[in-house]
Design a protein around this ligand. Structure first.
Ligand code: GLN
Length: 566
C-alpha cells in the first residue's frame, strides 16, 4: 500500500449549484469510514479575501471557523459531515492567494524575478494545498474547486491541480461532478452537456478519473456506457447521483455504488478497517426518516423577503442545527419564516406566534425590522413560548427585557441609535477603533472564545460542564454598565467570559419562563449530525414539553366543555 499523500480534486461540470459541496463532504465521509484521515479543502475563485464582506442573501451563509476565519457555507457542510474542526489552511480564495503573492512581491520576496500568474500564483496554490495536507496530518485531501469548468475565474486552480498530478503520479485524481438534464419536452436524460464539459477539461490538460452524474433521476447503464466510451473513463467510474430527499443520504447512496472502495483502488490504497464506519451515520439517517411528528417552529427575522431558495442558504447552519436535535428526538422540524417588518406595519399580528411550539430569532445586522422583532420577543416572553435567540436574537431579547421589564423605555443598541441615552447593547472600545479607521473587514469579534457557565441554569444543565468554547461573529455586546441592573431585574447571565466583562448567554429562570434563552455566540456553527448541539437539543426538548402541556390544556378545556354541556 502506498504511503504517500493523496489528493482528490472535485470540479463542477455544466452548471453551478449541482451539489459539489455535498458530494465532496460525502466523499470525505466515506473515505473516513474506511479508516483514513481526510482533510477537506474549499477553493473559492472570487477576489474577496474571505467571505466576511459578502451578503448572505446573495452568497449564502458566512460560516465562521474556530480561528475566526469567515468562509463559505461549504466549510460548514464539511465540518458537519466529517465531524471535524477545520483551520485556515483548509480554505482559500483567489483574493487570498493574489494578496499573499502581491504582498510578497512588494517585500522583494521573489528576489528580483518577474512575478507571473504561472508559475507564482499556481505555485502558491500548490504550496497551500501541501501545507493543508501536512497541518492536518491527513492521508487524503479532498479539494473542491469552486465554479464550473469553463469559467475564467478557476483556471489557475485547475492548472495548479494539473501540475500536482504530474508531480505526484498515481496520487492525484479528478472527479467531475456534472449535471445531466432531463428536459420535460423529451423526458429523457441527456449526456451531451457533460461530454462537452469533459472535452473542455481535457483542453486544460486534465482528464477526469470519475464522473458523478447529478440528475433528477438515476443514470441508466446505457448512458453510463455512453459517457464512459465518449469520455475515456471506465464504466464503473461513472457514478449515479440522483436527487434525493435528504443530503445526509448521499454518503450512503455513494456506498451503494461502492464508490469508497473504487476510489481507494484508483489511489492504490485499500481500506484500513473492516468495521462499518458509517454505522452511526446510518442510525442518524434512520432517525431522520423515522421522524414524523412535526415540531412547528417560527423563525422571526429581517432578511426574509427574498424568497425561500435564498433563505435556506442564508441560515443554513441554524436550519441544520435544528434538524439534528429534532431528529435525535424523533421529531421533524417545520420552520415558518416571519418577516419582522410585517409585525411593524400591521400586515401580521404577533399573536400568530401562539400557534407555534417555539420561536427562533437568528443573527442579523442593521436597523430594518428590529422593532418588529422586539414586539415578537415580548409576545413570546409573556406567552411563555420556548425562545432561542442567536446573537442579534440575544441582543434584542436583552433590549426587550430592558424596555418592558426594567422600564428603560429608550433602551437600544448603538448599532441602531448610537445617540440613545440607554445603550444596553454597545460596541466594545477595541472594535470602535477599527470602525473609525473604516476597517470593516476586521471589525468584528470573530471565532472561538471560552465562557464559564453558571450552575443551576438551563445552559449549565444542557452542556453538563463549566467551561465551553463557542464561535462568535458580532461587533456589539451587552453594555457592562447595565449588568447589575439586569441581574437585579431577574435576567440571568448564565454564560460569562472568563474576565467577566462579556455576557455570553442570557436566560430567564425556569420558574418564570420554561425556556427563554439567548446566546451572544452562534451555537449553530458547532452542531453536527452525530453530535447535536446541547442548546438546540435543550430548546427542542422544551418545545416537546410545551407541546405536551398545550395538548393537556386543550384536552382539559374540551373535557370541561363536555362536562358543562352534560
Ligand atoms: N448585529 C449584531 C452585532 O454585530 C449581531 C450580529 C449577529 O447576529 N451575527 O453585534
Amino acid at each position: 500500500m502506498s504511503k504517500k499523500h493523496k489528493y482528490i480534486f472535485v470540479i463542477g461540470g455544466v452548471m453551478s449549484g449541482v451539489g459539489k459541496g455535498i458530494a465532496s463532504s460525502s466523499i470525505g465521509k466515506i473515505l473516513q469510514a474506511k479508516g483514513f484521515k481526510v482533510n477537506p479543502v474549499k477553493i473559492d475563485p472570487y477576489l474577496n479575501v474571505d467571505a466576511g464582506t459578502m451578503n448572505p442573501t446573495e452568497h449564502g451563509e458566512v460560516f465562521v471557523l474556530d480561528s475566526g476565519l469567515e468562509t463559505d457555507q461549504d466549510m460548514g457542510n464539511y465540518e458537519r459531515f466529517m465531524n471535524v474542526n477545520l483551520g485556515n489552511a483548509d480554505y482559500m480564495t483567489s483574493g487570498s492567494v493574489y494578496k499573499y503573492v502581491i504582498e510578497k512581491e512588494r517585500n522583494l520576496g521573489y528576489g528580483g524575478k518577474c512575478v507571473e500568474a504561472i508559475p507564482h500564483i499556481t505555485g502558491e496554490i500548490r504550496r497551500r494545498l501541501e501545507e493543508a495536507a501536512k497541518k492536518s496530518l491527513s492521508d487524503i485531501s479532498v479539494i473542491e474547486i469552486g465554479g464550473t469548468v469553463g469559467d475564467y475565474q478557476n483556471i489557475m486552480f485547475i492548472e495548479a491541480a494539473r501540475v500536482m498530478a504530474i508531480k505526484n503520479p498515481g496520487d492525484v485524481i479528478f472527479i467531475l461532478v456534472s449535471y445531466l438534464p432531463v428536459p420535460s419536452s423529451l423526458g429523457e436524460m441527456k449526456t451531451k452537456p457533460t461530454q462537452n464539459s469533459i472535452r473542455m477539461l481535457n483542453s486544460y490538460g486534465v482528464q477526469p478519473n470519475f464522473i458523478l452524474c447529478r440528475s433528477p433521476r438515476s443514470i441508466d447503464q446505457k448512458r453510463k456506457e455512453k459517457i464512459a466510451i465518449s469520455c475515456s473513463v471506465p464504466t464503473e467510474h461513472v457514478i449515479s447521483a440522483p436527487d434525493i430527499e435528504s443530503i445526509y443520504d448521499v454518503p450512503l447512496n455513494f456506498e451503494k455504488e461502492k464508490l469508497g472502495n473504487i476510489l481507494l483502488k484508483s489511489l492504490n490504497l485499500s481500506p484500513k478497517t473492516r468495521v462499518d464506519g458509517l454505522r452511526e451515520w446510518k442510525k442518524f439517517v434512520q432517525k431522520n426518516k423515522a421522524s414524523k411528528e412535526e415540531l412547528n417552529i417560527a423563525v422571526v427575522g429581517k432578511y426574509f423577503d427574498t424568497g425561500d431558495f435564498v433563505l435556506s442558504d442564508a441560515y443554513l447552519s441554524v436550519i441544520e442545527a435544528v434538524k439534528f436535535s429534532s431528529f435525535w428526538n424523533t421529531r421533524k422540524p417545520k420552520l415558518t419564516w416571519f418577516n419582522s417588518k410585517d409585525f411593524e406595519n400591521g400586515k401580521a399580528d404577533v399573536s400568530v406566534l401562539g400557534n407555534f411550539d417555539g420561536v427562533i430569532v437568528p443573527g442579523g445586522f442593521g436597523q430594518s425590522g428590529i422593532e418588529g422583532i422586539i414586539m415578537a420577543i415580548k409576545y413570546v416572553r409573556e406567552s411563555k413560548i420556548p425562545y432561542l435567540g442567536l446573537c442579534y436574537g440575544m441582543q434584542l431579547m436583552v433590549i426587550e427585557y430592558a424596555r418592558n421589564v426594567l422600564g428603560i423605555k429608550d433602551a437600544n443598541t448603538s448599532e441602531i441609535d448610537p445617540n440613545a441615552k440607554n445603550l444596553v447593547i454597545d460596541i466594545m472600545p477595541e472594535q470602535k477603533k477599527k470602525l473609525e479607521n473604516n476597517d470593516y473587514g476586521g471589525s468584528m469579534r470573530l471565532g472561538s472564545y471560552p465562557a464559564i457557565l453558571l450552575k443551576g441554569t438551563i445552559a449549565y444543565r444542557a452542556y453538563g460542564k463549566k467551561e465551553i468554547h463557542e464561535r462568535h461573529r458580532h461587533r456589539y455586546e451587552v453594555n457592562p454598565e447595565f449588568h447589575t441592573r439586569f441581574i437585579d431585574g431577574g435576567l440571568v447571565f448564565s454564560g460569562i467570559s472568563p474576565d467577566k466583562r462579556l455576557m455570553e448567554i442570557a436566560e430567564l429562570p425556569t420558574n418564570v419562563h420554561p425556556f427563554f434563552l439567548g446566546t451572544q455566540f452562534h451555537p449553530e456553527f458547532k452542531a453536527r449530525p452525530l453530535n447535536p448541539h446541547p442548546l438546540f437539543s435543550a430548546f427542542v426538548e422544551s418545545m416537546i414539553e410545551y407541546r405536551k402541556k398545550m395538548h393537556r390544556v386543550a384536552v382539559r378545556t374540551a373535557e370541561l366543555l363536555i362536562e358543562g354541556s352534560v
